[in-house]
Design a protein around this ligand. Sequence first.
Ligand code: IPD
Ligand code: CA
Ligand code: CA
Length: 265
Amino acid sequence: MSSSILEFAERCARQAGQLIAGQRHQLTIQFKGSAAEELVTQADIAADTLICDAIKEQFPEHQILSEELSPDNPTDVAHLWVIDPIDGTVNYAHQHSQVAISIAYFFQGQVSAAVVYNPFSDELFAAEQGQGATLNGQPIRCSDKTELKRALIATGFPYVKDELPLLMRRLNTVLANCADIRRLGSAALDICWVACGRLDGYYESVKPWDFAAAQLIATEAGARFGHTYVPDGNPQLEGDNLLISNPALFEPLRQLLLRADQLSL
Ligand code: IPD
Ligand code: CA
Ligand code: CA
């Protein structure tokens, strides 16, 4: 069913990739959010428009949840696309290369096809439910590391900084017990990098569009996807307290994060 959907998603991601690469040197930067804390460029809007127009033309009955154009759409529908037109906007605006377009297709509440494309490294991660995950067409697997002290872990920080003490406790605990930490600036790529073994684990609280596609790429590559705490609602759309790692490290990492949270009690 979804092979043609995956091909369509790949085409959209590549077209959006070309668009954002072409616009990067003439950026119009604005700030959004309640305290104007979140950077957004004209290319975020243009890429969102390109992808959403293509979906509306090809699948007029499907619903879309996308960061810039439709962030509040209902999620409990039969056919849902979840789009982050640029994941890593701060990197994008600062000429860093860790930037991706993320496109996920959900069928009856389950993520079933996913693409995460970095136009600056020309790396395309893709997965279909039950079919494995690929990077530029080659199968990928997560790492098989078993020791926390050898594990390289990624995380990120929200634009709104009102939970910094909690985040610093988690960072402190993870850093003290693992090999090292990376803050690379794109949640979608962080998760794809767990999928292909460049990282051993990732934790963060993010929005649905940040991880909707990458979660399928990670699980199809053998990684374990979940949360530090059992979420309300559909876990595949719940971004709070995400935890993704190779299977052996999932529970040890979860225990570390829980321990960090208990330090505040
Ligand atoms: C952000 C990135 C970042 C993560 C933030 C996200 P954006 O997405 O994924 O790595 O730490 O929480 O908001 O704003 O670049 O699409
Ligand atoms: Ca994002
Ligand atoms: Ca974005």
